[in-house]
Write a protein that binds this ligand. Structure first.
Ligand SMILES: [Zn+2]
Length: 201
């Protein structure tokens, strides 16, 4: 079926009237993807992103190894929230050794962006956050696919799934954002996201 711009616009406008900003953004984004020179929609989309950025950005987590839960606003209109970033550093510590390192806040923007693009409201399940060099070496010795210079060691990578979205959709959304590395692990049902160069595997 051919893409119906008018129909998509109506849908987006309806979502806006219902106050569903994130879902409307997804719809407008879809129109722009299909009709690249649609400046009117591009402008509307830009305004929507601005409006969306005025609201505090909140993320919900569940750590699969520690069982801990955390709901946290990590940034607002003025920028990242220092106390929240410290709390996230603690939450995403190496659970095997207790070591921690500040997590690159751009990683949370990626999670936030993926969540918006998939229009989902779920909880991020953490499989792996920061890894000390010792832990990374230990994992490497009994599992293929663990990189020697893993960005987990730098606090710039996270392995996650989202309760309300298919893992393949997370991968697609992250790829569309082109803001770092994206690894898709279908067997274990998680994605690796990092703030390194844009690449995928
Ligand atoms: Zn990873």
């Amino acid at each position: 079926m051919a893409f119906d711009r008018e129909d998509a616009l109506k849908k987006a406008e309806k979502l806006l009237r219902l106050g569903r900003l994130d879902a409307a953004i997804v719809e407008y984004q879809h129109i722009v993807d299909e009709v690249p020179n649609d400046w009117k929609t591009l402008n509307a989309l830009g305004d929507l992103y601005l409006r969306a950025n005025q609201t505090p950005r909140e993320l919900r987590f569940y750590h699969t190894h520690t069982g801990e839960r955390l709901s946290i606003a990590y940034r607002n209109a003025s920028g990242y929230l220092t106390e929240s970033l410290a709390e996230l550093t603690r939450f995403l510590a190496d659970f095997r050794t207790g070591d921690r390192k500040p997590i690159d806040p751009a990683l949370f923007d990626i999670l936030d962006g993926v969540q918006r693009l998939t229009a989902s409201n779920g909880t991020w399940e953490i499989i792996s956050g920061y890894r000390s060099p010792e832990t990374n070496a230990a994992l490497r010795s009994h599992s293929r696919g663990v990189a020697e210079h893993s960005l987990h060691i730098e606090g710039r990578a996270i392995d996650v799934r989202l309760t309300s979205a298919k893992t393949a959709s997370l991968r697609d959304a992250a790829l569309a954002m082109k803001s770092g590395g994206v690894g898709y692990y279908a067997d274990s049902n998680f994605v690796h996201l990092d703030t390194g160069n844009t690449r995928s595997w």
